[in-house]
Ligand binder design. Structure first.
Ligand code: ACO
Length: 378
């Protein structure tokens, strides 16, 4: 067997052969199934993009209508899931609530049949349909309210914003939210996707696959960064404070949230689109002082760290967009999960098509041959 050098974080080591998405980090290109993200953001919808990612081709109008219908039909969650969520502590993080409820779906749809395309399709539809309902339900229940039932006359994104805010959203706001979901739907072999594929490779059920990916996405070095970006903007408080704040971070060698990426060495194309969406929202619904602070941070960080290839990533501007859409800060990462479930499911399906269980090796650097010391002699 070939002996490989150990690379912390598996940097640069392919963990799968995949045809789902592709990133060119030097040129700032992201493609889903060969289609550039800018084109999908302009012309597609989240559900059409999810279909593209999972089944490999853009759907015909009949295929899309059937998929949209099925997702609409499966939006509701069982009252027992709601009862379970009611028992979660209000102070718990919504990502933990989502991880627990995604895993709980496996209790209700337990007859695993991974070789059956109908089982695969139903699992995809249920997860895409129910995750937004579970995120919105926890948000309402932790505030002492009953969850809002999904509305069949609203499309995917409008319905989520409706369930969250208990009122029908503005059409621009709903479209912008849908574009955010497209932008976050998939991104090659990141930590949560890797986690999903490792879990999938054991042939467990798709609800466990998604629950493990949700758990991985929650960390501040991954999906949790956009929450921390808002905290940083609040802490900085004014444009004048930006330079001393960044200089202090760099002196203390602490990371600036929303910047840097393992793959992109220039500005993440999703950050550029999100910045544009933020500007559209501010033009319609009023400016946000944090946007001026964010732009100044981008200028100062580029000046200080541009030579290292550190530029805004997807998380830098997404928080500003979500804030303007009325989404609470600690729901930013669950919203990321609503989108990324499409990518995780595409990887789940791809992993099953040519499965081999993940079982990497390690470089052991511990002791050997140590005799057992009886407790009274330690
Ligand atoms: N702020 C300051 N310096 C940074 C940052 C940052 N945000 N990111 C990287 N650097 C510096 C590192 O200090 C290091 O410098 P050095 O070579 O002088 O030691 C160099 O750039 C390389 O950084 P690594 O941490 O080794 O890069 P890695 O690829 O391991 O990490 C990561 C990528 C985790 C995204 C990192 O850039 C980071 O922690 N960013 C902040 C958190 C964040 O925004 N995460 C969201 C990423 S996008 C997503 O997951 C959806």
């Amino acid at each position: 067997m070939m002996v490989c050098e150990y690379k912390p974080g598996l940097e640069g080591i392919p963990a799968a052969q995949s045809s789902i998405s592709n990133v060119d980090g030097q040129k700032g290109i992201l493609e889903y199934r060969g289609i550039q993200i800018e084109e999908l953001a302009e012309k597609s919808t989240f559900l059409e993009t999810a279909y593209l990612l999972i089944w490999g081709e853009l759907p015909t109008s009949e295929e899309l209508a059937a998929f949209e219908y099925e997702v609409r039909y499966h939006r509701r969650i069982k009252y027992r899931i709601c009862d379970m969520m009611k028992c979660f502590p209000e102070s718990g993080h919504p990502m933990d609530a989502l991880q627990a409820s995604a895993a709980a779906l496996g209790l209700f749809y337990a007859r695993r049949d991974l070789n059956n395309p109908i089982y695969i399709r139903n699992a995809v539809v249920r997860l895409i349909a129910k995750i937004p309902t579970m995120v919105a339900a926890f948000q309402l229940m932790r505030n002492g309210n009953d969850p809002v039932r999904p509305r069949d006359d609203l499309d995917y994104s409008a319905n989520f914003l409706y369930m969250l805010n208990e009122q029908e959203p503005d059409s621009l706001a709903a479209r912008i939210f849908d574009v955010c979901l497209i932008l976050h739907a998939e991104h090659t072999m990141n930590a949560s996707t890797f986690s999903a594929r490792v879990t999938a490779s054991t042939l467990t059920d798709p609800y466990a696959v998604v629950a493990s990916a949700v758990g991985t996405l929650g960390g501040p070095l991954h999906g949790g960064a956009n929450e921390e970006v808002i905290q940083m903007l609040e802490e900085i408080g004014s444009v004048e404070n930006v330079r001393p704040y960044i200089e202090d971070c760099l002196e203390r060698k602490s990371k600036i949230m929303g910047f840097g990426h393992r793959v992109y060495k220039i500005k993440d194309p999703r950050a550029t689109i999100l910045q544009n969406l933020a500007e559209q929202l501010f033009a319609k619904f009023g400016q946000d002082k944090y946007y001026d602070i964010a732009q100044e941070i981008e200028r100062v960080v580029e000046e200080k760290l541009g030579h290292k290839g550190i530029y805004p990533n997807v998380d830098f501007y997404s928080g500003l967009v979500y804030r303007k859409l009325g989404i609470p800060t600690d729901l930013f990462t669950p919203v990321f999960a609503i989108a990324r479930v499409a990518g995780w499911l595409a990887h789940w399906k791809e992993q099953l098509e040519e499965n081999r269980i993940f079982r990497p090796s390690q470089v052991y650097d511990g002791k050997r041959g140590i005799p057992y010391m009886p407790i009274e002699h330690r």
